[in-house]
Design a protein around this ligand. Structure first.
Ligand SMILES: Nc1nc2c(ncn2[C@@H]2O[C@H](COP(=O)(O)OP(=O)(O)OP(=O)(O)O)[C@@H](O)[C@H]2O)c(=O)[nH]1
Ligand SMILES: [Mg+2]
Length: 363
């Protein structure tokens, strides 16, 4: 899964990126180069399975985060999304918007005052503007091609025009694409255009350390404001999370306890990203390796097998599947088999979150 991080200048994007990827990218130094890094997905189930199998290797699922710098200040119409990064943003699974709530007179805000809701709305508006620009360009092109078109072509051009007009009107009145009432066929026809308001969003409010005691109230407020089905929000203190991400897990735990058991920001953000994208994990187990794999929630067994290796997809015979809960309760795959909870599933079986899968294949 790939996630793009955007936000106004100095909102704390790179600090959050470092916290998510345990990275060391330069904060507070502006650069127009994106930072790319990988975040290991924390999953207590994987730890329990590893404790059971004591394998040589434990492999967590991964999310790739890209921290996209805003355009240089005063250089164009947009302040959060640089035009040169738009193409990249079109390919991500979700967009993470960082907004600033922390107070620090040493860090200037581009609009002088601190207002995270305003900033989130302004970034969302930039996504809308990007979509409107693409749609307008396409409509112009269609008008051009209408000139020399034959009767047959005219029909399909005018059908596309009608669709784009409809989508544009709704966008202008504030309805993002993923909230619009579109048929599957219409969604398919729009899918190649790289429209950004189709993407799931995670809004991350970056607070100061002295606001930590208020984190639950802030979280309730922001999730009440951005309550659309494809938007999630979280409140974290990026500065603190970055510092903690550089420590050993024992040190980190001790500090978190001192601070009142703050839930790791990484866990929160990863959980929300999974949830909003509709991503789930399945596991493979054995003495060599215990591993988590991430897939979209409606993936069938044969396709999921391809995530492990293309041979497993090509030569797929069937999968032996047991739920995580059953395996943990019974203690081994053979006991699961003897108890009749190890199921034989065919290629069209929809893999569930937490399934333990063993793929039988023949190439
Ligand atoms: N006090 C405080 N400062 C923070 C916090 N998060 C980030 N900062 C500071 O804000 C400044 C900008 O942080 P960055 O993470 O570089 O922000 P950015 O959004 O990546 O900035 P650009 O890439 O320049 O747009 C740095 O000086 C950070 O140390 C925070 O939670 N509290
Ligand atoms: Mg940065």
């Amino acid at each position: 899964m790939e996630i793009g991080i955007i936000g106004l200048p100095r909102s704390g994007k790179t600090t959050i990126f470092n916290a998510l990827t345990r990275g060391n990218a330069n904060v507070s130094v502006y650069t127009d180069k994106p930072n790319i890094g990988i975040s290991k997905v924390p999953d207590i189930r994987l730890e329990k399975l590893a404790a059971m199998y004591k394998p040589q290797r434990v492999v967590q699922a991964e999310i790739t985060y890209t921290d996209l710098p805003p355009p240089p200040e005063g250089s164009g119409n947009t302040r959060g999304i640089g035009g040169q990064h738009l193409n990249f943003l079109q390919s991500v699974d979700a967009i993470l918007i960082v907004v600033r709530e922390f107070e620090d007179s040493g860090v200037a805000h581009i609009d002088e005052t601190i207002d995270p809701i305003r900033d989130a709305q302004s970034l969302m508006l930039e996504l809308v503007i990007s979509d409107l620009t693409i749609i307008d360009r396409r409509i112009l092109k269609l008008e051009e091609s209408l000139k020399g078109a034959k009767a047959q072509e005219r029909e399909s051009i005018s059908r596309e025009n009608t669709l784009l007009d409809k989508v544009k009107t709704q966008l202008e009145s504030g309805t993002n694409l993923n909230q619009q009432d579109l048929s599957l066929e219409e969604i398919r026809r729009l899918s190649g255009f790289g429209l950004l308001t189709t993407k799931p969003l995670v809004i991350v409010m970056n607070i100061s350390e002295n606001q930590l005691s208020n984190i639950d109230v802030l979280e309730q407020n922001i999730s009440g404001i951005f309550s659309e089905s494809n938007v999630r929000s979280a409140v974290v203190c990026a500065d603190l999370e970055m510092d903690l991400s550089q420590m050993t897990s024992e040190e980190e735990l001790e500090f978190r306890n001192q601070l009142g058991a703050v839930e790791p920001g990484l866990n929160k953000m990863v959980k929300l990203s999974y949830d909003v994208v509709g991503q789930i994990s399945f596991f493979t187990v054995g003495e060599d390796e215990v591993r988590a794999w991430e897939i979209k929630h409606d993936t069938v067994a044969q396709k999921a097998a391809g995530k492990i290796h293309t041979d497993l997809e090509k030569g797929f015979i069937r999968a032996e599947v047991v739920t995580y809960e059953d395996l943990i309760e019974l203690g081994s795959l053979s006991k699961a088999r003897n108890n009749g909870v190890l199921r034989q599933e065919g290629k069209d079986y929809t893999v569930k979150d937490g399934d333990i899968m063993h793929v039988l294949f023949n190439v």
